[in-house]
Design a protein around this ligand. Sequence first.
Ligand code: GTQ
Length: 349
Amino acid sequence: MDEHPPAAETPERTAFYKKIAERNLAPLWSVLGDLVTPEPKSPCVPHYWNYEEAKAFLLEAGGLISAKEAERRVLIFENPGMPGESKITTSLYAGLQLVLPGEVAPAHRHSQSALRFVLDGSGAHTAVDGERTLMEVGDFVITPPWAWHDHGNTSDEPMIWLDGLDIPMVSFYDASFAEMHPNDEQDVTRKHGDSPARYGANMAPIDHRPSGAASPIFNYPYTRTREALETMRAQDEWDPCHGLKMRYINPNDGGYAMPTIATFMQLLPKGFAAAAYRSTDACVYAVVEGSGQSTVDGQTFTWGPKDVFVVPSWKWVTHTPAEDAVLFSFSDRVAQEKLGLWREDRGNA
Ligand code: GTQ
């Protein structure tokens, strides 16, 4: 539709627009080209954050405010194309959260779904619906919508993870609810390891009836993810665009693990030159292992472990690992697929 130029202004038309604006009416033909674009036109821009730099600021924040006072001590990854909007993509929020030894991030619940991707530390916990899980580097942890959750750190080192939430999506739908729990920490009602035993062994209790939209497994440990990728690499053909890429699934139905956020882990072997790829789901990447470069819409980011970068919708990306590399990523692909919107372009691959 960009072939269709905006209608020319004439004194009669301008007067007419002014008159109808007073009655809260507007002419479509003045804005149609910006509303229904021939392809995605996003304010989201490609960007890269160096982990060590962000971590230093986060630790500095640790000296300024407690997790309890802040409720959540998080530095938001703000997309430079949308400053002040608390968005990393148009539909997703991301941040870096710190829980220091001895601290508790108090229990609350909200309509928004959250994922935690663990970057630093060992053995702090998050509690979801009465069950605690210990967090280790590379683990992918889910907080389902409207589930009570608190985070605590009884280890002796700072715990840092990447938060991914569907905050912009929920606010788009004006569907946000939130409340504080009366206690800082919810009661522990189920044993550690209960949910992986029930739902994470490729089995389910015989009378299990799925409830809620998120996976009943709320921690997908990195040890198992990494082992799966390592075992597969000997056998599998590399996808020209993705290397070896897996998606996290909900055992209830084989769909994505979360209702609004799709999550992935991919292995790119040393020497692999990925073919250019683009899709309509803007994607947030966190490097788990290795180093390399990604070129996004002509900008090259050089990354190493724990660095974060974002690829906007419909921008070409190519990944070039300098050594074996493992990348975690998340996007709104699950929502776009449900709505019949998702598209990809594999270029020449
Ligand atoms: O841990 O519950 O980064 O509620 C933003 C909002 C984390 C959380 C965030 C939240 C949380």
